[in-house]
Design a protein. Structure first.
Length: 94
């Protein structure tokens, strides 16, 4: 009787492990999916930075007496917005 219980327990354990392995294989990300994810993070970060610098340079050209104040301020703003974008994207997609 003890031997059949051990066999049944071993079968159940093997079924659970097999199910876990199949689930892990299905959930495994592909290289393409990971590349798209990293690319999206890069765009979410860099676009606000580039936009801030471009807008700052344009504003500095309009008001020449400010030198690079607008560019630096909007660069910093773009960095903050970009970092916030990346944080929120990772938080919602993880």
């Amino acid at each position: 009787m003890s031997e059949s219980n051990d066999d049944e327990r071993l079968r159940q354990q093997l079924k659970r492990q097999s199910a876990r392995m199949k689930k892990a294989e299905q959930e495994q990300s592909t290289l393409l999916a990971q590349t798209v994810y990293i690319g999206t993070l890069g765009l979410l970060f860099i676009l606000p930075v580039i936009g801030g610098v471009w807008l700052g340079m344009w504003l500095d050209e309009l008001a020449s007496y400010y030198s690079i104040h607008w560019t630096m301020a909007l660069l910093l703003g773009g960095l903050i917005v970009g970092a916030l974008n990346v944080y929120l994207f990772i938080r919602t997609h993880s």
